[in-house]
Design a protein around this ligand. Structure first.
Ligand SMILES: [Ca+2]
Length: 396
């Protein structure tokens, strides 16, 4: 806590007087808007008492990583031996509570535990930023002002509704709060007072934490006892273009195309043949392939990152005591492309007559599709995976 205070006071010292007075003026306007939206004067006075800009929030907001992390590096730390062991220990300690919540919300205990483990290392790292200050800072200036305003108003509603006290609202620099890192709008929509004390306490009450998380997953379409996904073996000469965000098929269709689980019995014996599934190739055709089901899509609503959803699924298997290890090796010799290289790849695709979308360095669905088209036209395995080799070949 002492260190935090030093950081906060250092940040305060860096704030120029002009910026401080502009912020005060902005805050007056915001308070008027919040009052018009029904926030009481008493709540506004309490919430913004002494609130100033936090420069550290701007530094973190502007920090766009030069290199995106390779998925295998992310998974190595996300699903580490330590996190698996801690997860098994914590789920054993909370077995009765988790069983109750599993029954009540229809969400598997090990999925709740895996999200808990990934979001805060099972409550060890909750974030110590004052959410009101962090969100006011984001709302005032920078590239996330719209998000900041919406979430700041949400935080005020939390206080006004009496779900939590003003000083409870601690979290990450971006305003994600509690053991499973809810932003205020998610909190308002899904947080639950499980123990019935009148507070939706996602900071200190594990019943509220687990029930809130399960409630959110359930509302996102999660169904208990259904799988999140399975690693599959692809047949030879497979069309990697089928691993596309927009392509969903029934299990029976994938099975008929020759896909089979990497371990265990046939797909249609293990899963409902009519269940919808997408195919994902997180590291292209040379890495592991997964069929992912509706529960995976529900986890993606929690955090829209394939790597994250995969980590939740894999960690949950391990916590449950099933062997969740991926069989296929990741192509660890590949290196992530830098921002400049990702832009160069997009520009090279445009120069060759393909349409990857804007040259922004973000390898999204459009860039992958354009890269697949170019690969296919050049007799290469069309997996749309952006590698250094692909960039070199494209520049020829
Ligand atoms: Ca409570």
């Amino acid at each position: 806590m002492k260190r935090l205070l030093i950081i906060l006071s250092a940040a305060f010292a860096m704030t120029s007087a002009a910026q401080a007075s502009d912020f005060e003026a902005w805050l007056e306007g915001f308070r008027a808007e919040a009052a018009a939206a029904g926030i009481s004067d008493a709540v506004l006075a309490e919430a913004f008492d002494g609130v100033t800009i936090n420069q550290r929030v701007y530094e973190l907001n502007d920090d766009q990583p030069e290199f995106s992390r390779a998925i295998w590096d992310y998974l190595d730390s996300a699903v580490s031996e330590r996190r698996i062991a801690d997860g098994r220990a914590r789920i054993a300690e909370q077995r009765i509570l988790l069983s109750l919540i599993e029954q009540a919300y229809g969400v598997d205990a090990e999925i709740i535990a895996a999200i808990w483990g990934l979001e805060s290392s099972y409550g060890a790292i909750l974030g110590n930023y004052d959410a009101i200050q962090a969100l006011a800072t984001l709302a005032y200036e920078g590239r996330r002002t719209g998000y900041g305003r919406t979430q700041l108003l949400g935080a005020l509603k939390i206080i006004q509704n009496g779900y939590a006290d003003r000083n409870d609202l601690k979290g990450s620099w971006a305003g994600a709060m509690g053991h499973t890192q809810f932003v205020p709008t998610t909190y308002l929509a899904y947080a639950v007072d499980h123990d019935g004390d009148g507070k939706r306490d996602i900071w200190n009450t594990l019943g509220d934490v687990f029930a809130s998380t399960a409630n959110y997953l359930s509302a996102s379409g999660y169904r208990r006892d259904e799988a999140w996904g399975v690693e599959v073996r692809l047949p030879g000469d497979f069309d990697y273009g089928l691993a596309d965000a927009n392509t969903s098929k029934a299990v029976v269709e994938w099975s008929a195309m020759g896909l089979s689980p990497m371990r265990g019995t046939a797909l249609i014996e293990r899963f409902d043949p009519n269940m919808r599934a997408r195919l994902i190739l997180p590291a292209g055709g040379r890495g592991p392939a997964f069929l992912v089901f509706e529960n995976f899509e529900a986890i993606l609503k929690y955090n829209r990152s394939t790597a994250y959803a995969l980590a939740v699924g894999l960690l949950s298997e391990e916590i449950a005591g099933r062997d969740g290890a991926i069989v296929t090796l990741w192509p660890r010799e590949e290196r992530p492309l830098s921002l400049e290289e990702r832009k160069a790849l997009q520009q090279a695709l445009i120069d060759k007559g393909y349409n990857p979308g804007p040259v922004d360095g973000i390898i999204g669905a459009g860039t992958k599709r354009a890269l697949r088209d170019w690969q296919r036209d050049n007799g290469l395995p069309a997996d749309g995976y952006a590698t250094a080799a692909a960039l070199e070949a494209l520049k020829l």
